[in-house]
Write a protein that binds this ligand. Structure first.
Ligand code: PEP
Ligand code: MG
Length: 590
């Protein structure tokens, strides 16, 4: 037993694996902001100059961090670009200047006020992407405050021996300064499963636990830690017995991880010979390379919102086309399902003017928005059609609720094709059209929809939200967000049946598709393709290979007989442990 005793903290597992080693605490407490009234306008102008210098210095740091991105981090340059945008945003910089002059207050205080106002605006939007932007705003603000107060930027660059990095929060700019060869694990107070720390850690296969709230206040540099990134646990100063158990677990996990990665490029054929396409979901063209390296056989969902979220002006058709063409070409024969814009509702964009709505999730979102804003929609469709000359491109419409919407969208697509054809623009002869099944009404009329499209892809993230009436980003009801709810399973089943009756393939691209514990059941329910975050692919493929679809067809029939999600969960836990003891048994590695 160590002198300080073993203590376990539960957070969010952000990158799987086990790390065991000494803590290196990154001492980064928020900068203390004090109020200082100014005497007159001359002082105010001096204060504005001080603010401008701090903004400029922060900008220089960010640009340096972006230029210093290590190999493999190219995909994340956009995060630093977002920081630069925040820095220049008038809501922050101009507003701070205005507050200094109007209220005759010091720059630090004015900046904090301006940021509080901006955060209050952001908080009204319950989208996870926007929430992550709040964390970015906070990060950028801290950097500016540090320059204003003349404090040292960071102690991060000083890692010179192997250690587990413990911090209040880390940004990409922080991690780019680190020599990641020395980093055994990441442990942070802040962050969720899609935070930057999580993304970085996953990309570099470094175990990470985030969202621990106060761990940076509980740990001192030199403490011995166990980080269980799979279970989301951090054990501080473990006793001998715990340490021993975790060393065994670490060894088993590493063997398992090597094995699944080595097999990631093999096709996903079940033990009874059914081939399942396993594809990746991406949000940026730059992600294609890493998706392929994880064994993706194509892009099952290209979310194209980034163009509209990240810049102030609408993307041009040319910009979209170049991007889509790049993706199609990089796939080297694999196909890409390009989703038309899914904006509106709770996804807000600086380039698109949206009216505020009382019930945005049920409002002018996705295909509804595009059918209203047809010029914007047509630019996307033309870009997709043009890209189809360069690879296997397909289009997928989000949030389709019934046949009329699908027919309208197809009609506009046909108009775009005719226009391009008249101008002699090269296109594939046929552009397959798919729809996301994510509204309960689409499930009910799936047989009718199947007559008018080439494939279905079930978006469980929204389908669960709309069918169980659970806001997908509201923590208060998060426990009710249940992928194994009998209603969800029945819907998946009936969509597969409708698709197959019309001889069209049925995919799933919501988070559920990448959950290894759900995969055998999904195959039993008859899904043909699964699309997920690239990192989940090796594990999912490995499970597919060990799955007997005949057996799981029978088990799926049984799963459909249960009355509650808890019963289905218990049933699945039993069956998974029985049929995949190494992965889901009590001695499982991960
Ligand atoms: C879904 O709803 O499951 C989906 C994949 O779409 P998004 O998460 O982009 O809404
Ligand atoms: Mg969706």
């Amino acid at each position: 037993m160590s002198a300080r005793g073993e203590k376990t903290f539960k957070g969010v597992g952000a990158s799987p694996g086990i790390a065991i080693g000494r803590a290196l605490l990154v001492p980064r407490h928020p900068v203390q902001v004090n109020y200082r009234p100014l005497a007159d306008t001359t002082e105010a102008e001096a204060e504005v100059a001080r603010l401008k210098a701090a903004l400029e210095a922060t900008g220089k740091d960010l640009i340096a961090a972006r230029q210093g991105l290590a190999e493999g981090f190219g995909d994340y340059a956009y995060i630093i670009d977002a920081h630069l945008l925040i820095l220049k945003d008038r809501l922050i910089s101009q507003r701070t200047e205005d507050l200094i002059r109007a209220k005759l207050i010091n720059a630090e205080w004015a900046l904090s006020d301006a940021v509080d106002e901006a955060k209050a605006l952001f908080k009204k939007i319950k989208d996870e992407y926007i929430r992550s932007r709040i964390a970015d705003v906070e990060y950028v603000t801290q950097q500016v405050l540090r320059h204003l107060s003349g404090q040292e930027q960071s102690a991060i660059a000083q890692i010179r021996e192997k250690a587990i990095v413990v911090a209040h929060d880390l940004s990409p700019a922080d991690t780019t300064q680190m020599d990641l060869d020395w980093v055994m694990g990441f442990v942070t107070d802040m962050g969720g499963p899609t935070s930057h720390t999580a993304i970085m850690a996953q990309a570099k296969t470094i175990p990470a636990v985030v969202g621990l709230e106060r761990i940076s206040a509980e740990v001192v540099s030199g403490d011995f830690l166990v980080v269980d990134g799979s279970a989301g646990l951090v054990i501080v100063n473990p006793d001998e017995e715990t340490l021993h158990a975790y060393r065994d677990k670490q060894e088993a996990y590493e063997l398992y991880a090597q094995e699944i990665l080595a097999q990631a490029h093999l096709p996903a054929s079940t033990s009874d010979g059914v081939t399942v396409r396993v594809e990746a979901n991406i949000e940026l063209a730059e992600e294609v390379g890493s998706a392929l390296s994880y064994g993706a056989e194509g892009i099952g969902l290209y979310r194209t919102e980034f163009f509209y979220l990240s810049q102030k002006t609408l993307p041009s058709q040319e910009e979209l086309f170049e991007n889509f063409r790049t993706v199609a070409q990089r796939l080297d024969g694999g196909s890409v399902n390009i989703r038309t814009l899914d904006i509106g509702g709770d996804k807000f964009a600086s380039s698109v003017k949206l009216d505020s709505e009382n019930n945005p999730a049920l409002g002018l979102r996705a295909i509804r928005f595009c059918l209203k804003e047809q010029d914007l929609f047509k630019d996307q469709l033309r870009a997709i059609l043009r890209a189809s000359a360069f690879g296997r491109v397909r289009v997928i419409f989000p949030l389709i609720s019934g046949v009329d919407e699908l027919l309208q969208a197809k009609e506009i697509l046909a108009q775009c094709r005719a226009e391009l054809q008249a101008r002699g623009v090269a296109m594939a002869n046929r552009l397959p059209v798919g729809i996301m099944i994510e509204v309960p009404s689409a499930v009910a009329v799936a047989d009718l929809l199947a007559r008018h499209c080439d494939f279905f892809s079930i978006g469980t993230n929204d389908l669960i939200q709309y069918s169980l009436a659970i806001d997908r980003v509201n923590e208060q009801v998060a426990h009710l967000y249940q992928p194994l709810h009998p209603a969800v399973l029945r819907m998946v089943h009936s969509v597969v049946q409708a698709g197959h009756a019309a001889a069209i393939p049925v995919a799933m691209c919501g988070e559920m598709a990448g959950d290894p514990g759900a995969v055998p059941l999904l195959l039993g329910l008859g899904l043909d393709q699964l699309s997920m975050t690239a990192l989940a692919i090796p594990r999912v493929k490995q499970i597919v290979r060990q799955t007997d679809t005949q057996l799981w067809r029978r088990l799926a029939v049984e799963a459909l007989t249960f009355s509650t999600a808890a019963e289905v969960k218990a049933f699945m836990a039993r069956e998974l442990a029985r049929h995949y003891p190494r992965i889901f048994g009590s001695q499982a590695a991960a």
